[in-house]
Design a protein around this ligand. Structure first.
Ligand code: C2E
Ligand code: MG
Ligand code: MG
Length: 688
C-alpha cells in the first residue's frame, strides 16, 4: 500500500491537490473581499434608491394627510427585504411611527463572521445604519420638513445572503480544485509517469551479458523532450558498456600474441562441442600440440624471433584446420585444435599426420632456417572423456606419450586406437597407391583381383550367375575385403576402387564372351558412397561400351545404405541403370533399416537374403520365410547367400528359393579357377 502511495502518480496527485486547494482558498479569499465590497456598494445604491423613492412618494402625496403618509412610507420601506425597522418622527413633534420585522434567521459561525465584516464596512457609511434622515414634505405654503424617517437595516438578512453566496463560491472553487487535480494527475501520469515506468521496465530487462541487445525503446511522444534525451543518453552508455565488455572479453579469452582463443575460450568451445555432439550423436576430436625445441629457439635467437615463430606456427595450424574446427593457444608453445567433423579414429590420425607434415615445413625467419616439429596428442569424444577438462587433460597426456614414440609423433589417449589408426592409415595409403597403379595400367597388375563365386539355379543345379568379389594381394598374401573395404569406404578411395572393379569385371566379361559359349551374368558390388556419385552410370556405360559387352551380363549389387538417405536419388539411379539394360539387386537384405514401402518404389529385380538369415536355417526360418514370401508377392528373384550346409539348401529348395550362393557350391574362385570349373565345359551340372 505504501508502495502505491509513494508512486510518482500518487505523489503528483497529492502535490496537485495541495496546490489547487491552496489556490482555491486564495481565490476564495479574493472572492470574499470582492463580494463584501460589492455588497457594500449595492447596499449604498439600494439605500439611495429607497431615499429617492420615499422623497418621490412624499412629494407626490403632499396633499395627503401627514399620518397616512407616514404609514405609507413605513410600509414601503418594510417591503424591502434588507430593511429591518423604520421610525418616522413627525416634525411637529407629534406622532412617532415605528415598525419592526420579526423574522429570525438562524445564525452560524460563518454568517456571524460575514456580518461582522459587513458591520465593519458599514460604520464608515453613515447611511447604512440607523442614520436619521430628514425628509422634507414640501408644502407649497410652508416648505418645512414634516417628518424624520429613521431606517434600520437587517444585518442578519444581509449576512445570510452573503454567506449563501460565499458558500456556493467556496464549493465551486473546491470542486474545481478536485477536478483540476484529477485532470492534472491523469495528464501527468500519461505523459510523465507512464514513460518513466516504461523506461524502468525496459531497464529491468537489460541483459548485462549483452547490453547492446537490450537498448531502451525510443518513446514516441518524447523524442525531443528531456525523457527522450535520457533514453538516448542511457542507450549511448549501454553501447559503450557493451564495447568495453567485448574488449574485456577479448582480452580475457584471446591470446594477445597470436589472436587465437586462449585456454578459457577453448574450454567453452569444447563444452559447446560436447553439447552439440550429444544432441547429434556425433563425435569430435581434440588435438593437443606441443612444439619441439621451442625453448632453444627462444634462448638462442631471442624472444622476438620466438614470438614470430609462434605466430607463424599458429597461422599454419589455422590454415590446416580451416572451417573444420577451432585453434587455440594454451600458453607457451602449446596449442589445441577442436575438430568437429571427425567421426572415426582413422580420420583423426590422418588429420594429425597431415597437420604434422604442414608444421614440419621449414621456416625462414630473419635469415635463419628453422625446422619446426611437434608432438600431437589426440582424444575423441565420447570415448576418451565426458567433460571438457577431462578431454583436454587426456589430450595433453597423449601428447606426452607421443613424444616418446619411435614410429611417429602423434598418439591417441587410447593407445590401442593409435595402433589401429596407424595400421589402417598405412593400409589406406598402400591401398591408395595400389588402386592408382592398377587404374593407370592398361593390363591388370594382379595386385587387385576379382574372385568369382557362382550363383546356382537350385532347381537345375546349373550356374546362373556369379558375384565378383575383390581381393588384394599384398606381399604374397590375399587380404580380405572385410578388412580393407571399410577403410576405403571411410574415404573417397572406395570410388576409385569401385571404378577399378567395374573396369576389371567388364574386361573379364569381354574376355569370357570371346572365349566361351555361355557367360553367366556377373554381379558387382557397388558401395553406397559410390552409388550416389554422379559419375557412376557414366563409368559403367563407358566400361561396357569399350569392352563391347551386353548390359544384361552385368548386375549391380547395392546395400540398403545406398537408398536410406535419399530415396529419390536412388530411384532415379536404379531407373537409369535399368533403362540402360543393367539389373540391380539388393544385397544383404534384411540387415538394414529399409522400409517395405520404399521397396515398392525401387525398380529392382533381385533381393539377396543375407548370410545371417541363411545361417540359422532350418531352425530359425522366420526372416528367410518372410523374404521369400515378399519376393513372391512383389515378383523379385530371391538369392540366398552363404549356403554352406546341406540342410540349409534343403529348406530353401522346399520353400521355393530358386537361386543360391555359398561355400556348399563353391568358394569365390580366381578368374582362372572359375573359367576352369564353370566355363570350360559348355554346361556344368552339379550333383545336388
Ligand atoms: P557380400 O557382397 O555380401 O559378399 C558375400 C560374402 O560372403 C563374400 O565375402 C563371400 O566370400 C562370403 N560367402 C559366400 N558364401 C559364403 C558361405 O557359405 N559362408 C561364408 N562364411 N561366407 C560366404 P567376401 O568376398 O569376403 O566379401 C565380403 C564383403 O566385402 C562383401 O559382402 C561385400 O560387401 C564386400 N565386397 C567384396 N567385394 C567387393 C567389391 O568389389 N566392391 C565392394 N564395394 N564391396 C565388395
Ligand atoms: Mg554382394
Ligand atoms: Mg551379401
Amino acid at each position: 500500500m505504501t508502495a502505491i502511495f509513494s508512486s510518482l502518480t500518487w505523489k503528483q496527485a497529492f502535490l496537485a491537490l495541495k496546490t489547487t486547494l491552496l489556490f482555491a482558498v486564495f481565490i476564495f479569499v479574493i472572492e470574499f473581499i470582492i463580494t463584501v465590497k460589492s455588497e457594500q456598494h449595492r447596499l449604498k445604491a439600494n439605500q439611495q434608491q429607497l431615499i429617492q423613492r420615499l422623497e418621490q412618494v412624499s412629494l407626490q402625496d403632499r396633499n395627503t394627510e401627514t399620518l397616512p403618509l407616514a404609514e405609507k412610507l413605513v410600509d414601503l420601506s418594510l417591503n424591502l427585504p434588507w430593511v429591518k425597522s423604520v421610525e418616522v418622527e413627525l416634525s411637529n413633534g407629534g406622532r412617532f411611527f415605528s415598525a419592526n420585522k420579526q423574522q429570525k434567521i438562524p445564525q452560524s459561525f460563518i454568517s456571524n463572521t460575514v456580518a461582522s465584516f459587513v458591520d465593519e464596512a458599514e460604520t464608515s457609511t453613515h447611511l447604512l445604519y440607523r442614520t436619521g434622515l430628514l425628509f422634507t414634505k414640501v408644502s407649497t405654503a410652508t416648505k418645512k420638513p414634516f417628518a424624520k424617517v429613521t431606517l434600520s437595516y437587517d444585518e442578519q438578512y444581509i449576512s445570510s445572503q452573503l454567506t449563501t453566496h460565499l458558500k456556493h463560491t467556496f464549493l465551486i472553487s473546491l470542486s474545481g480544485a478536485f477536478g483540476l487535480t484529477v485532470i492534472l494527475a491523469f495528464v501527468f501520469h500519461q505523459f510523465l509517469t507512464r514513460p518513466v515506468v516504461h523506461i524502468c521496465e525496459s531497464m529491468d530487462r537489460i541483459n548485462p551479458e549483452a547490453p547492446k541487445d537490450s537498448l531502451l525503446p525510443r518513446l514516441v511522444h518524447h523524442r525531443k523532450s528531456e525523457l527522450g534525451t535520457l533514453v538516448t543518453k542511457f542507450n549511448q552508455i549501454l553501447i559503450q558498456f557493451d564495447a568495453t565488455q567485448a574488449k574485456l572479453r577479448k582480452l580475457a579469452t584471446k591470446d594477445t600474441l597470436t589472436g587465437l582463443p586462449n585456454r578459457t575460450l577453448l574450454l567453452e568451445t569444447v563444452q559447446i562441442a560436447i553439447q552439440r555432439a550429444k544432441n547429434q550423436r556425433r563425435t569430435f576430436a581434440i588435438f593437443y600440440i606441443d612444439l619441439d625445441r621451442f625453448k632453444n629457439i627462444n634462448d638462442s635467437l631471442g624472444h622476438d624471433i620466438g614470438d614470430r615463430y609462434l605466430t607463424r606456427v599458429a597461422r599454419t595450424l589455422k590454415r590446416h584446420t580451416g572451417e573444420k574446427g577451432v585453434v587455440a593457444r594454451l600458453g607457451g608453445d602449446e596449442f589445441a585444435i577442436v575438430v568437429n567433423d571427425i567421426q572415426d579414429p582413422n580420420r583423426a590420425g590422418e588429420f594429425a599426420r597431415k597437420l604434422l607434415e604442414q608444421i614440419q615445413l621449414p621456416l625462414q625467419l630473419n635469415g635463419h632456417e628453422l625446422h619446426p616439429d611437434a608432438a600431437v596428442g589426440i582424444v575423441l569424444f565420447p570415448d576418451d572423456g565426458h567433460t571438457a577438462e577431462d578431454l583436454i587433460r587426456r589430450a595433453e597426456t597423449a601428447m606426452y606419450n607421443a613424444k616418446d614414440l619411435e614410429y611417429g609423433n602423434w598418439e591417441f589417449f587410447n593407445h590401442k586406437m593409435t595402433e589401429n589408426a596407424v595400421a589402417s592409415l598405412e593400409l589406406e595409403a598402400e591401398l591408395h597407391s595400389t588402386i592408382m597403379r592398377e587404374l593407370d595400367s592398361a593390363e591388370p597388375l594382379g595386385e587387385l583381383q576379382l574372385f568369382y563365386q557362382p550363383k546356382i539355379d537350385l532347381t537345375t543345379g546349373r550356374v546362373c550367375g556369379a558375384e565378383a568379389l575383390i581381393r588384394w594381394e599384398k606381399e604374397g598374401k590375399l587380404i580380405s575385403p572385410a578388412k580393407f573395404i571399410p577403410i576405403a569406404e571411410q574415404s573417397n578411395l572406395i570410388i576409385a576402387l569401385g571404378r577399378w572393379v567395374i573396369k576389371d569385371a567388364c574386361r573379364t566379361i569381354a574376355h569370357w564372351s570371346k572365349s566361351y559359349n555361355q557367360v553367366p551374368k556377373i554381379a558387382i558390388n557397388v558401395a553406397a558412397r559410390h552409388f550416389v556419385d554422379p559419375n557412376l552410370i557414366k563409368q559403367i556405360k563407358a566400361a561396357t561400351h569399350i569392352n563391347n559387352i551386353a548390359p544384361n551380363l552385368l548386375e549391380i549389387e547395392i546395400t540398403e545404405g545406398s537408398f536410406i538417405n535419399n530415396i529419390q536419388l536412388a530411384i532415379a539411379r536404379i531407373e537409369q541403370l535399368q533403362k540402360a539394360g543393367f539389373s540391380v539387386a539388393i544385397d544383404d537384405f534384411g540387415t538394414g533399416y529399409s522400409s517395405l514401402s520404399y521397396l515398392k518404389l525401387l525398380p529392382i529385380s533381385t533381393l539377396k537374403i543375407d548370410r545371417a538369415f541363411v545361417e540359422g536355417l532350418p531352425e530359425n526360418d522366420a526372416i528367410a520365410k518372410t523374404i521369400l514370401l515378399l519376393g513372391e508377392q512383389m515378383n523379385f528373384d530371391i538369392v540366398a547367400e552363404g549356403i554352406d550346409e546341406k540342410k540349409q539348401l534343403e529348406w530353401l529348395k522346399e520353400h521355393q528359393c530358386h537361386i543360391g550362393q555359398g561355400f556348399l557350391f563353391s568358394k569365390p574362385l580366381s578368374k582362372e579357377e572359375f573359367e576352369n570349373s564353370y566355363l570350360s565345359p559348355l554346361q556344368n551340372e552339379l550333383e545336388l
